[in-house]
Design a protein around this ligand. Structure first.
Ligand code: SF4
Length: 218
């Protein structure tokens, strides 16, 4: 993608979502890590509703490690995949104590040794929790990157991440990550994107673009 197009996209993201930020609520790095782990295939609003009480009950990493799996499952029951998430959160807490003295590491590789923590979660934790530049690619970021031409349709998540990192200046990674999520969550939705109001329609590769342009020609 040429520099002019990248500049236009970033300017539009700035215009539309100047204050884009992480919508998960947390008070420290451990809570952030747990909130991100819980957010898989669940909305941030559902996670926030749950963690409002969860974080009052479980205050330290030991609380999660020492909890019985049955109790933790019951406490996570309101969100999807709660059994798997409870298992991962407990195992993550145990490993955090065993290998990292109970402290969430500010290290991409180290984070990924924790059960249930993949590349995306590690990227969110280091960028959001520690303000270290990273570009986490979730479902919104992947979709928007492909529609706007940062990446190709068949690119893997890792390829999308690498292409975004190459196209965008490092000091903008954290901000752009949040803006792409907002763009995908509130404007360019998966099923019903707002193409009729989109200032990037001439850049977009999405098929709906063609539909709107075609309509305009009639
Ligand atoms: Fe998304 Fe439609 Fe804009 Fe393309 S034209 S970026 S699909 S809203």
């Amino acid at each position: 993608m040429n520099k002019e197009k990248i500049k236009r996209i970033l300017n539009e993201l700035d215009r539309m979502f100047p204050d884009a930020k992480c919508e998960l609520e947390y008070g420290n790095e451990l809570e952030l890590l747990i909130a991100v782990m819980l957010s898989a295939q669940t909305t941030d609003a559902s996670v926030n509703k749950l963690t409002k009480t969860l974080f009052k009950k479980y205050r330290t990493v030991d609380d999660y490690a020492n909890a019985s799996l049955e109790v933790l499952e019951a406490d996570l029951r309101s969100i999807g995949l709660y059994r798997n998430k409870a298992k991962n959160v407990k195992a993550m807490a145990e490993k955090l104590i065993e290998d990292f003295q109970g402290v969430v590491p500010c290290d991409h590789e180290a984070l990924q040794t924790l059960p249930g923590v993949g590349r995306k979660t590690a990227n969110v934790v280091i960028s959001e929790g520690f303000k270290v530049p990273a570009l986490a690619v979730d479902t919104h970021v992947e979709r928007i990157s492909k529609r706007l031409g940062f990446a190709l349709k068949n690119d893997s998540v890792l390829q999308v991440e690498k292409k975004l990192m190459k196209a965008i200046d490092k000091e903008r990674w954290i901000k752009t990550h949040h803006q792409l999520i907002f763009f995908g969550r509130y404007h360019c939705k998966s099923m019903n994107p707002s193409c009729q109001d989109c200032r990037l329609i001439d850049i977009c590769k999405e098929s709906k673009r063609k539909k709107y342009l075609k309509k305009a020609e009639i």
